[in-house]
Design a protein around this ligand. Sequence first.
Ligand SMILES: [Zn+2]
Length: 462
Amino acid sequence: MLLSWHHTFLVSLLLLGSSLAYPLEENDQGDDTVKRFDEYQVLRVSPGKLGMKVLSDLEQYHSLGIDFWGEPLGNKSVDICVPPGSIPVVEKLLNDTSSPYEVLIQNVQSLIDREAAENDAVDDRKRRATADGSRVNTADKYLRYGEINDWLQNVANLYPHLAKLITIGASYELRPMKVLKLGKPKAHTPYKPSIWIDAGIHGREWIGPSTVLYIIHQLISEQSRDPMVSFLMDEFDWYFLPVVNPDGYEYSHTRDRLWRKTRSRYYRNSNCIGVDANRNFDFSWGKCADDTLFSRCSSTDPCENTYQGPHAFSEAETKAMGKFIYLRRNLFKLYLSFHSYSQLWLTNWGHTQDSPPDSNDIMSLARYGADMLKKKHGTTFKVGSPASILYSAAGASFDWAKGVAKIKYAYTLELRDTGRFGFILPPNQILPVGEEVWGAVKSIAARIYHEVRDAKDMFYTV
Ligand SMILES: [Zn+2]
């Protein structure tokens, strides 16, 4: 009965599609306009199994323009961003499937405007503070990609004995991809156990790159003052890629604040642009379990936000990063990838509900990290694998890091918040997020050091 209703509903939606106020969702606006989100609402839906299936199907009706935001927590709740013209249809659907919902964000554009105003205000303060405008404060505002690279270059210039900036490739739109390596040289061995941290795989998740910059800043500024930080710089090499997807990041700054994917184009006759870089890594690429409810696992539709790409590592960005890590895979003891939002510490695997054989160690370190994170500002992170607490995701970077590069500890962190601001986290949260994540990162790094030392595995070759 319900299923036949579901079928009828979708057929009627299909017919309705052409009469909706919104044209077929286009990924490319074709001109220089900035996309606006006036009266767009974010709804938190608790849909139940049937409602979830219907919502998942709805995403494929691009004319409705629905965008899944926060990470869907199993069948419990999911945040969806809905254009004003589609709100009546979606509300009817939710009511008809007895799916409770609440409005999380009343008007997305007003949040975007506020965020931009706060970011610009920092600019003004900075200009007043430094006449030459050369000092960039990474903890106050979200930086553009060029500013991030300038800042990284500045670190490398100021601390040549500790830092090295490495260009590992170029994006689809030919932006250079820069990795900053930090660490103190160690006598008798050129190879040290290493830690990899990246962010910005998804353009709109701005808090990730800013958190990477904060950690770099702490390692540099504290290494002469804090014995523990000095120790971590002695014993590890640290590799940071603050923005994996620079084209998407820039596009989210200039044209569409909510852009997630890369900016590659594969289909001449399609307006749909970009690949979900976090579905594009070459491990279980495109392999989703049959019972996966969500198209979010990995999509073959170029118009969807989780489009996996025409083949694994189709994207210049994922390929460059994968190659760089793979060549040094024996060195890496920890892989961290920062995303937002939902406050989750995600463990392997993303693509299956099975656990890796060393899952006890993996979960133990993750729980320790989440505890250390909470200590700073009381922020709570839920710990577990995507398949167990969210939905499956195939071709994600942290599964590749574990499955192919064989890095024992590989985590995805979904940073603040839990939905009040979502992706549009105000700049005044950059500092507290940096502080709490840094607290977790240095603690788990110290614990990994002891594990590596105890394993008497301190000599490395590449
Ligand atoms: Zn993400």
